[in-house]
Design a protein. Sequence first.
Length: 217
Amino acid sequence: MNNEIATCFPQFAQLDAESSRTLESSARVMAIPSGTVLFQDGAECSSYVLVLEGSIRVQKVSENGREIVLYRVESGQSCVLTTNCLIAREDYAAEGIAESEVKALILPAATFRTLLGRSEAFRDFVFSAYASRIADLLMLIEEVAFGRIDVRLAGWLRQHADPQAEIRATHQDIAVELGTAREVISRQLKEFERRGWVMLHRGRIQLKDRDGLGSLS
């Protein structure tokens, strides 16, 4: 197993010799350009994707065009939606887009199922990643269903500000991240600006009072 794969996925060192050979002989490393749609809602799932470098955004789009980011798959991670589709033999129920240039390890569905049935170490890796991501999704559902949007927005701004206390994102970008409408975000940001907590510019937001934003939480 090459060093890059071993570094990103040290769990594979626990594979037995036969499973390790199966993984190495079947998997291929693929370079994926930024902006590539890796899978779409309703598409068939034909491979297991493990990210070595970069980030894949997995999102759900409603019939009226509203979007919500479910999670991101980054270096050393796998896609729980892909795992679910492969195990249940179902089509994708969301879409995945490369947010940056991505280098990924692609494992054919047949090999994934072979390793899942044969290797305890591989099963442990798959289901540990699955359980962790499901917990994140449950937290997201709770936040969207029950969380106050002003509290969630304030926390998101504080978390994503750069060292210069700036965030380069449109109101629509933030709405997608938080699973709400652009109008809701714009209205709340205007209120934050009125309080002196932020200053709004075209395509970017300047944080003026982090403690003020923090007071909401």
